[in-house]
Design a protein around this ligand. Sequence first.
Ligand code: UDP
Ligand code: MG
Length: 132
Amino acid sequence: MERTYIMTKPDAYQRGLIGKIITRIENKGFKITDMKMMALNEAILTEHYAHLADKPFFPEILEYMTSGPVVGMIVEGNGVVESMRKMMGPTDGLEAAPGTIRGDYANNKSENLIHGSDSLENAEIEIKRFFG
Ligand code: UDP
Ligand code: MG
């Protein structure tokens, strides 16, 4: 079965939106097969966001992602990688359509509530990274 790595970010915890996000995943019919709350450190974040490590805003990403707990999940289902990306909406909450998670709850490009793997290959890498 296809699977992806989903992670609620610290703003979702702070704003009390973890339950709403999980409900959307379950309503879609996807199965959460593993889940854990974690405090991420700089080392794992630098690996996870390696594609952004040379950007000027990288220190802000680190500050944001270490500001509170995240909830990592393995989510399974047909076409789940692409479907979860659609349900999340694009990175910038202002560009994300209403009805998407970011479109309904986020209004900027950094604090956008949720991470989801962007390919089958990265899904497996990220599941290994966070669940071993
Ligand atoms: N990010 C940011 N500013 C940007 C681009 C990205 O703060 O200009 C943050 C944002 O939290 C985003 C994360 O870095 O979700 C990872 O960026 P990516 O381009 O992989 O976007 P995503 O796959 O999360 O939509
Ligand atoms: Mg990404």
